[in-house]
Write a protein that binds this ligand. Structure first.
Ligand code: ATP
Length: 377
């Protein structure tokens, strides 16, 4: 077991024309389970491959347990990686596949090796498959073998590169829990890469969000969800996504007036985050509010925004209402207005075309800088 530290890690490809990872600094504690998430091409796999020793950093250092391993060959790193495509040898038995890493990196006896493989197989519930070959196994079983093979090596660090992407939705959910259980039981420092923000949020002790090779934010999933550092993170984390509306802000004593940038509505924020926004400069901002932080009612009030219901989407416990904001004051065609979604209890079932009133949970309103996307705090 060991901590993992990435120090100013950078990876360029094609002579520097592609910067896959840009000045990445990250400290992962001994036994911590960190999920790394971001859109396609943000540098997740490259980061993992550098930790595994499969890719050489252009600059920066990697430390495991305080020791600099940047120049250590992949084979000599105490790091085990689990891949999306399982990476099993098709002609070897499951027993041989699982023992392979041991044979390569240690000189233990055949019997000891067999015992270790059996223990790991038992842990993964695949002890009855040891004499089979990968071709005889389902996707879920193959991934269990790949996990078992990683466990057998008793590594300092576990690396997971989208290990569940090839599995169907139900199996993915089961395997998520299995991997979490395993990680907790073995207490091995783990870095888990996924492009699925929900997977990242539910599995990690801590989540790391990358975009364009750069670290955007790291923290506990709930902290990141509640306090996104910028508009990218705010929009990436959570489903459906946070609503964004261009506004003009006009601070006054005790609050801030937020007007739709297209003149469609005016909303006075006087409680909750209003005090945090008390001394912002007036001007253009992006308002962010999550669907579950929008309340709806029939009665117009000083702090409500009239909105037309475009779509009602039932999801069982709740309904998603797709709304067109500021209906009554709009003097132009609103068909192109961006989706604005409210998540409301299932017993609120307006008709399409109804005009309803919406209000914000004022503790959960975010404002972002128009130029930088940074959150105003
Ligand atoms: P995905 O989720 O699609 O796998 P990712 O976040 O894992 O994406 P990387 O695979 O790390 O992203 O790639 C980061 C960037 O580096 C991308 O622009 C990619 O095209 C580029 N890249 C990765 N490997 C190479 C390579 N061997 N040669 C050239 N460019 C590369």
């Amino acid at each position: 077991m060991a901590s993992l530290e990435l120090k100013s890690l950078r990876k360029e490809f094609d002579g520097g024309s592609i910067v896959a990872v840009d000045d990445l600094n990250l400290e992962i504690e001994d036994g911590e389970f960190v999920t790394v998430v971001g859109p396609s091409g943000c540098g997740k796999s490259t980061t993992l491959r550098m930790i595994a020793g499969l890719e050489r950093p252009t600059s920066g250092r990697i430390h495991v347990g305080g020791t600099d391993i940047t120049d250590v060959h992949a084979r000599h790193r105490d790091v085990a990686m689990v891949f999306q495509n399982y990476a099993l040898y098709p002609h070897k038995t499951i027993q041989q596949n699982m023992a392979f890493g041991l044979r390569m990196s240690t000189d233990m006896s055949a019997q000891e090796r067999e015992e270790k493989v059996y223990d790991a197989a038992e842990m993964m519930g695949i002890e009855d498959l040891l004499d089979d070959t990968p071709g005889e196994l389902s996707g879920g079983q193959k991934q269990r073998v790949a996990l078992g093979r990683a466990i057998v090596r008793e590594p300092d660090v576990f690396l997971f590169d989208e290990p569940l992407s090839n599995l169907d939705a139900k199996l993915r959910t089961t395997m998520r829990t299995e991997i979490q259980r395993l990680q907790e039981e073995l207490d091995i420092t783990s870095v888990y890469v996924t492009h699925d923000q929900e997977e990242a949020m539910t599995m990690g002790d801590r989540i790391v969000i990358l975009n364009d090779g750069e670290l955007q934010q790291t923290g506990k999933p709930t902290d990141v969800y509640q306090n996104p550092t910028n508009q990218f993170v705010a929009g990436f984390v959570g489903s459906p996504s946070m609503n964004f509306v261009d506004v003009e802000a006009d601070p006054f004593d005790g609050g801030v007036r937020l007007k739709g940038a297209d003149g469609s509505f005016s909303y006075d924020l006087t409680s909750g985050r209003a005090s945090a926004f008390g001394d912002i400069a007036g001007g253009s901002y992006v308002l962010g509010i999550r669907p579950e932080h929008v309340a709806v009612s029939d009665a117009p009030g000083a702090d409500t925004i009239p909105s037309t219901v475009d779509v009602v989407e039932p999801i069982g416990s709740d309904n998603y209402l797709y709304l067109d904001l500021g209906t009554e004051s709009r003097s132009f065609d609103t068909e192109d207005a961006p989706d604005f979604i409210a998540r409301v209890p299932a017993d609120i079932e307006p008709e399409v075309g109804d005009v309803i009133q919406i209000a914000f949970d004022e503790d959960s309103v975010h404002l972002f800088d128009v130029e930088t996307g940074d959150a105003v705090t």
